[in-house]
Ligand binder design. Structure first.
Ligand SMILES: Cc1cc2nc3c(=O)[nH]c(=O)nc-3n(C[C@H](O)[C@H](O)[C@H](O)COP(=O)(O)OP(=O)(O)OC[C@H]3O[C@@H](n4cnc5c(N)ncnc54)[C@H](O)[C@@H]3O)c2cc1C
Length: 600
């Protein structure tokens, strides 16, 4: 039996020591994010995740969401009540703008809280996550009228939001979007088309659903420059804010999926009955540009799904490994109190690999969230620019690496369970099934890797990467100076890892224009290399801080020693892969490019 426990000690350590919550709280508008308030928020969120969301996770997996002939959708037992409680407690508006009823907490705090929703119930967490994306799209680019009509209700959770990008022929390539938007002469548009794979596109949590829809106006230029963004409410809103007539958008079916069964994935038909009424967000033909600004947060959010689900898989694996007894533990001290498989060296290796990856990805995620906060709020323009460049460089890594890591760790969680991991009742298999989508939606890992190389490195000729690497190099230096043997071992591995990233990064920045096919063959290995090294740097920083605190006798010594052991394990078992990945990036294209299409 395993119950989710929010890892409050590690969350607070990372927020305070690595992401510098004190500096974030000093930014304009974040005065409420004091350590005490944030500590209390984390604790309350942890209780909600443990007490309400975690027990529903299996129910949602077994029951799923049900489509009915009238186009309505019934969600799994208990989910609607959980959602209403979630909103009642104010969780939906935690990091939203106070002008629309939010609590204005920093991204850094939201990252930790979102991790809890994702860990305890990924399918549930998707609804507020998508609503958050829709809120951001309206807030950043919508008219005052759109903001006043929709945002207070969406921030409070009374209405939810969706993102309607995908069509059968337009997935990774949104230039192929065909949904039409015809102006009506009164400022509104009529929307016609079909969208697939729309998360929470229909459900029974709320009376209204606000769809954000990508579509083309009749005279729009072809390709990405001709796509506009529209608000299309499920139920039209009267001038006084009350709900009016049903709009012409219907859920025609739900997909049957490998995982996240409780999250309804809808096929939506717009305009079959004469045209769905939509309202333009911002200007015509700038929809994709708006979407990309918003996508930063959405991609970051999916990265935190990887962290959450991996942590939950880890917690379940540890609980099982303590209980399951199998064979004599080689070389264990006679007085060892735990006879479980947790004593076997290979099981310990698996568990520590899970823990180390989770902690590395968590640290990288929170540090990136803090960079986003600084990029938006810091009073100094130069600092804002630098922090934004860092955050933009990190976001495809947070999304791509943390989600790949998440599904690998969920798979390792099954391995720890042996045969019982393959049996659904144990619960371990659900994490692997649920985690599988995270490397696909909001841009596949391949798309993240292309973004990292094309937009984030080659476009500025590696400037942001060079700046990040210069900062990273301080870390092994600091570790070597400490004199602690563990830190010395971490330092050596990390230095070599940073060398590999720098070498591969220079190759990518220089070669991309000359030979893009060869460089993109190594795009995902490059992303993995970047993730391992950037995550390793954060864990190494944590180890250095832990070592200092141990010397001064501050904080919980057991937690600090475990932090150092975890960072060392990551350095010796994961950062060591960096040089192999470097070689693949730099010289691994020949075979792939030699094959003709028909030879596959
Ligand atoms: C459960 C679920 C929920 C979803 N929720 C939403 C939602 O709420 N809203 C929404 O709009 N969409 C949603 N999606 C759609 C999702 O974003 C897309 O599935 C995803 O972007 C991939 O598009 P695709 O499925 O068309 O795959 P394709 O684009 O066909 O990709 C297939 C393969 O080709 C690779 N590939 C494609 N282009 C390139 C390239 N240029 N370079 C390298 N490799 C490439 C991909 O990496 C992938 O491996 C959801 C999907 C699922 C399954």
């Amino acid at each position: 039996m395993s119950q989710y426990r929010a890892p409050l000690a590690d969350m607070q350590f990372v927020m305070t020591e690595l992401a510098r919550l004190d500096e974030i709280a000093a930014l304009p508008g974040f005065a409420d994010a004091t350590p005490d308030t944030v500590g209390a928020i984390l604790e309350e969120a942890g209780k909600f995740a443990t007490g309400v969301l975690d027990p529903l996770n299996r129910v949602g997996d077994k029951e799923g969401a049900t489509w009915r002939d009238d186009g309505s959708v019934k969600t799994a037992s208990g989910f609607k009540d959980a959602y209403l409680q979630f909103c009642e407690l104010g969780w939906n508006g935690l990091a939203k703008n106070p002008d629309f009823g939010g609590q204005g907490m920093p991204h850094l705090v939201a990252a930790a809280i979102d991790e809890m929703w994702n860990a305890s119930n990924l399918a549930f967490g998707l609804c507020p996550m998508l609503t958050g994306g829709a809120i951001e799209a309206i807030e950043l680019n919508g008219s005052d009228a759109l903001k006043q009509t929709y945002l207070p209700k969406m921030v409070g959770g009374e209405w939810t939001g969706t993102m309607n990008l995908t069509e059968p022929q337009a997935g990774s390539d949104l230039a192929a979007v065909r949904t039409k938007a015809v102006p009506q002469g009164d400022g509104s548009y009529k929307i016609y088309g079909s969208k697939i794979f729309i998360t929470y596109g229909e459900h029974d949590y709320t009376e209204n659903i606000i769809h954000l829809v990508l579509a083309r106006t009749p005279d729009a230029p072809p390709g990405t420059r001709g796509i506009s963004l529209f608000v299309v409410p499920k139920v039209l809103v009267n001038a006084d804010g009350t709900l009016g007539e049903r709009n012409d958008v219907r859920c025609v079916s739900l997909e049957h999926k490998l995982g996240i069964h409780a999250s309804p994935t809808a096929v939506l038909a717009f305009g079959d009955g004469g045209g769905a009424i939509g309202y333009l967000v911002g200007e015509e033909n700038r929809g994709l540009e708006y979407m990309f600004v918003m996508m930063n947060l959405a991609r970051f959010g999916v990265g935190m799904q990887g962290v959450g689900v991996a942590d939950r898989a880890y917690q379940r694996a540890v609980a099982y490994a303590r209980e399951r007894v199998q064979g004599k533990v080689v070389g264990a001290a006679k007085e060892a109190s735990a006879p479980g498989i947790i004593g076997h060296p290979d099981v310990r290796r698996m568990l520590l690999t899970m823990r180390a990856n989770v902690e590395a990805a968590r640290a990288l995620g929170y540090v990136t969230a803090a960079a986003l906060d600084r990029a938006h709020r810091h009073p100094d323009a130069e600092t804002r620019k630098r922090e934004l460049a860092f955050a933009e460089l990190m976001i495809p890594i947070v999304k791509g690496w943390s989600t790949e890591m998440g599904q690998q760790m969920a798979s390792l969680g099954i391995q720890v369970h042996g045969g019982m991991g393959f049996i659904e009742e144990t619960g371990a298999a659900q994490y692997a099934r649920d985690a599988r989508i995270t490397t696909i939606y909001e841009g596949t890992t391949g798309i993240q890797a292309n973004d990292l190389i094309g937009r984030k490195i080659a476009r500025d000729e590696g400037t942001a990467l060079v700046a990040a690497i210069a900062q990273m190099r301080e870390v092994p230096r600091e570790l070597s100076a400490d004199g602690n043997a563990d830190l010395g071992a971490i330092s050596a591995r990390l230095k070599s890892g940073i060398d590999s990233l720098e070498f591969a990064g220079q190759f990518v920045a220089k070669q991309f224009r000359q030979d893009p096919r060869a460089v993109l063959t190594g795009a995902v290995p490059f992303l993995e290399l970047a993730g391992i090294v950037c995550g390793g740097v954060q864990l190494a920083r944590a180890a250095a801080i832990a070592s200092k605190k141990l010397k001064t006798g501050e904080a919980d010594a057991s937690f600090l020693r475990a932090k150092i052991a975890t960072a060392r394990h990551f350095a010796e078992h994961c950062v060591t892969h960096a040089s192999a990945l470097r070689d693949t990036v730099v010289s691994g294209a020949a075979g792939v490019l030699a094959m003709a299409d028909e030879q596959f």
